[in-house]
Ligand binder design. Sequence first.
Ligand code: GLU
Length: 443
Amino acid sequence: MKSNQILQDLKQKYPHEPEFIQAVEELLEDIAPMYDDNQTYQDLDILGRVTEPDRMFSFRINWEDDKGNIQVNRGWRVQFNNALGPYKGGIRFHPTVSPSVLKFLGFEQIFKNALTGLPMGGAKGGSDFDPKGKSDNEIRRFCYAFMRELAPYVGADMDIPAGDIGVGGREVNYMFAMYKNMSREFTGVLTGKGVGHGGSLIRTEATGFGLVYFLKNMLDTANDTITDKKVLISGAGNVASYAAKKVIELGGKVITLSDSVGTLHDAEGFSQEKIDWVIAQKASRKPLKDYVQKFGGEWLEGKRPWAIKADIALPCATQNEINATDAQNLVDNGVKYVAEGANMPSDADAISIFQNNNIIYSPGKASNAGGVAVSGLEMSQNSVRQYSSFETLDKQLQDIMKNIHDACVEYGTSDDGKIDYKKGANIAGFSRVADSLVNYGIL
Ligand code: GLU
């Protein structure tokens, strides 16, 4: 079956899963010619198989809030594809989590993990639980309850979850504790653990640092530099804050951060000290806008960062945070590079606008792969029961991001020398998975 027929079938089968369909369309846009030319792929229905998760679990989570009331949430784990290694991907706690969102994230994760070159399949999980406004005790009780339900489906050689939006080191530690308790085994069943008990020294920084290493490769290839470039960053969580730190360290000027209620604009640029303040502020779940009283700058209530004059944009918040209007704003305000730190932050119209206006654009599955790459290194450390130093891991992360960048260039450069990073990432990631599936036959 040709790729277009498979897409039509998926649209009919899953009309209520817009995010998942969006992620499939985004991939097909680039791989369709290659797929439709490859008779072996079609004979083995590689695309039909890769767009249908191996399995998906859905479960109820009961937990008790601080008032003693019983709360009920929904949880899921999508084990999408394990052609290249055990299922691997984060857990997201956010009210927008749904089967469609998790299928889009799990689908992206297959190709992102393939791009890292490490042996990891693709998965994703989460819950519609909203961590906002919850006490530490409530978070702990919820994480324990979540893992109690998830435990039968995961394992160090089977499926290894990690963090994502709403799930950081604290939550991973609670989930790991519950799994360890239930199984009476100390294995690398989760990544992003505390560094004292199996965690990697650079996992917290990895996605943000990796994003900027990828960006640096993009700039080098374009004979450009990050020095003194004005950078718009959205988000103020783990990815955004460590991306900001690395941009500053490399001589760039970060002028925005944001959260779900608005954007913080500091035209003078954030310093390391200011970023540390933001990290601490978020950790204690206090409002970002307090920054203005302490350091100056302006708070743009209800606004995203995309209408401010700059050179580079790093969307690090969430899916579909850049639409056509935002993309046009970026073009009009002089932005030349967009590198995604979040998963699918730009919608299809936004991507077309970038491409039609010669913005050098890299998709999340390539530029945010540093997080899961270091998760892969954490899995290796856990298997051999060893630790690596920060410097060793940082060097490995830089090498992996360069390899991903170079694969995008190899598969995404057209005859006129123009590099399409999205095309390169999609073709490189998909071929690795597809070729393994071919080797496996039809299982
Ligand atoms: N949630 C992260 C991602 O989107 C990391 C997943 C992991 O480390 O397994 O890639």
